[in-house]
Design a protein around this ligand. Structure first.
Ligand code: G6P
Length: 608
């Protein structure tokens, strides 16, 4: 949700802090702040709104000197977006400043106790207890004090801490929220996300839960759960920093839409060998596969929609019953899971709190867990028995596009892999399916060519306040994602309906001029869908239909037609989703919305 950064080095900290926060802004963007230590005094600057206001307020960092500092971009959980609630938070005497990502679950009891001891709070946040606790327990030894305080905190946190007695020391601590240390000759830095680090150094160290680090410009010491010094391994950031920049596009979302052919190609690359799928180092053995009676897919948001596509493909190819569950429902439902259930969790960020908790619950109940994750080294990747990375590169726009496309690409690979292990399809059938999978990057590339036409038809929707998507089978699964895409970035109310279900109530909402977007690529179901289109048309709907090239079944009944390449129907989601990502983008653009950072949303939801 929120983003944090920290710097200790041989030059001013502000340029890194402001640049890092700008790169992290997609994680949360209702307020921001920085704190720098200079001449033994901590100075904080905070603003409500985007990082731009903080940059303006500090004249691009010129008004805040200091070689040591921390910064934060916030997505409010406790207390409204305001200057008081923005981080960094400080102890009353100004000795400690803290930035925090996560939620301190026991903050109320700590706050009450501190208040009874005379501490005055200036915000409604859970975070503010931390600087006050640090101040209370401080005995001159920073490392020991930090250890004492983090042991008192329940919940999740990634913390950046500075103390006015330590002019060059940055402290970082982590529990259930991502935190990465960047190491270089000029400075040592921290951030909640590699995108903020990659332009400064490629050498990074992932902190594990319960660990903390004490950093100076020339040293980096790491401590384990028991407070004892530990050695940590340095990893390399493998992608280029330009991957997290706009590269000539006006918005990250459009850049990421156009990156999809390559992202899918990367995800498939090296995993299809001699007509079968190979997952290196997999712990799910052929023997375990034979015992699988049921598959449960768990995710949130678009990843959940990718899971629904997966259900159709897995069931079709393996004949194993497959359910898809929302992580937030699964974890509190007393789910029926055992060692014969395979659990698949899908998450772009690998940090979604509900998905991580659901994964742990499935593990506890004895299920083998496979995660499909984009961010290497993320909490979900680490917690699962097996991980298949999507290799989409960094995704910055809040509305996912290449994340979703690469997730469904992995679902195809996994379905083929399972089919082979189970013998549910012949080797020839699997090889033919995989040939079609390999052709997808090219087919997606072709689909992207409709960019301008989609911009034109998007103009008709700027005054719409509500519309429907309908479809059947995988067309329905794609409708869910198309509808979410449109509503999250254009703020138009939109619902996806299984086409056959509309007449059981919701059709009462169809009236003259109401837009209905029909996804109609399954020709096996063309007649059925045509009937559903006629039902809404008869009630005055404005119909936009998406089908495959050369199919003229729907022309008569549709006001607009969108065509996508003709591919193996099990793979149709990969091409069918593309026009609706672009369409949503243009509706949002024509309406003047903030495409990359839609209101109230955050890229990575690390709270329940
Ligand atoms: C947020 C994002 C969505 C994303 C969902 C799940 O709501 O805005 O785009 O689909 O979280 O995120 P994950 O990182 O687990 O895929």
């Amino acid at each position: 949700m929120c983003g944090i950064v920290g710097f200790t080095g041989k030059s001013n900290a502000a340029p890194f802090l402001l640049d890092g926060l700008s790169r992290l802004e997609y994680r949360g963007y209702d307020s921001a702040g920085i704190a720098l230590l200079n001449n033994g005094e901590i100075k904080t600057e905070k603003t409500v709104g985007r990082i731009k206001s903080l940059i303006d307020k500090t004249e691009n960092g010129k008004t805040v000197d200091g070689f040591l500092g921390i910064g934060h971009t916030r997505w409010a959980t406790h207390g409204a977006p305001s200057v008081e609630n923005a981080h960094p938070h400080t102890s009353t005497n100004g000795k400690f400043a803290v930035v925090h990502n996560g939620i301190i679950e026991n903050y109320l009891s700590i706050k009450e106790k501190l208040k009874s001891e005379g501490v005055i709070f200036s915000s409604q946040t859970d975070t503010e207890v931390i600087p006050h606790l640090l101040n209370k327990y401080y005995d001159g030894d920073l490392a020991l004090t930090v250890k004492k305080v983090i042991d008192l905190l329940e919940g999740s946190f990634a913390l950046g801490i500075i103390c006015s007695d330590y002019p060059d020391t940055l402290v970082a601590a982590k529990k259930f929220s991502p935190l990465i240390v960047g190491i270089s000759k000029e400075c040592n830095i921290i951030a909640s996300d590699v995108t903020a680090i990659a332009s400064t150094t490629k050498d990074i160290i992932y902190l594990e839960d319960g660990e903390f680090a004490i950093l100076t410009p020339n040293s980096a010491d790491f401590f384990g759960n028991d407070g004892k010094k530990i050695d940590k391994e340095i990893s390399k950031i493998t992608w280029d920093v330009s991957a997290s920049e706009k590269g000539g596009f006006d918005h990250f979302m459009m850049k990421e839409i156009f990156e999809q052919p390559n992202a899918v190609k990367q995800t498939l690359s090296g995993r299809i060998k001699s007509g079968e799928v190979v997952f290196e180092g997999f712990n799910l053995t052929a023997e375990k596969v034979k015992n699988i009676k049921r598959i449960v897919i768990i995710a949130c948001g678009s990843a959940y929609h990718a899971g629904i596509v997966g259900k159709y493909v897995i069931e079709d190819m393996t004949r194993i019953p497959c359910e898809v569950d929302l992580a937030s429902e699964f974890r509190y439902r007393n789910p029926i899971i055992d060692e014969n259930t395979l659990t698949i969790v899908i998450s772009q960020s690998g940090e979604t709190a509900d998905t991580l908790a659901a994964l742990n619950e499935a593990k506890r109940l004895g299920s083998h867990t496979v995660s499909i994750v984009n961010v290497v080294g993320s909490s979900i990747a680490k917690a699962s028995d097996d991980v298949i990375y999507t290799l989409a590169g960094p995704e910055i726009a809040v509305a996912t596009t290449k994340g979703y496309s690469t997730q469904i690409a992995v679902m195809y690979l996994f379905s083929a892999w399972l089919s082979k292990k189970l013998g549910s399809l012949s080797d020839e059938e699997i090889a033919a399916f995989l040939e079609n999978v390999k052709a997808l990057p090219q087919k997606i590339e072709e689909t992207l060519k409709q960019n301008e036409f989609l911009s034109e038809i998007a103009k008709n929707q700027i005054n719409t306040n509500s519309l429907f998507f309908i479809g059947r089978n995988i067309d329905y699964a794609v409708s869910l994602e198309a509808s979410l895409k449109l509503k999250e970035i254009s703020y138009i109310h939109s619902e996806a309906y299984s086409a056959g279900e509309l007449k059981h109530g919701t059709i009462s909402l169809i009236e003259e001029g109401k837009t209905v977007i029909a996804l109609a690529c399954f020709e096996r179901l063309s007649d059925k869908l045509l009937s559903n289109i006629k039902e809404v048309k008869a009630r005055g709907a404005y119909v936009i239909t998406c089908t495959t090239n050369g199919n003229d079944t729907f022309n008569q009944e549709s006001n607009e037609m969108i065509y996508v390449p003709d591919v193996d129907r099990r793979l149709i989601a990969s091409v069918e989703v593309i026009p609706f990502q672009i369409y949503s983008y243009y509706v949002s653009l024509h309406k003047g919305c903030d495409i990359d950072k839609p209101r109230n949303l955050a890229k990575s939801v690390t709270v329940e």
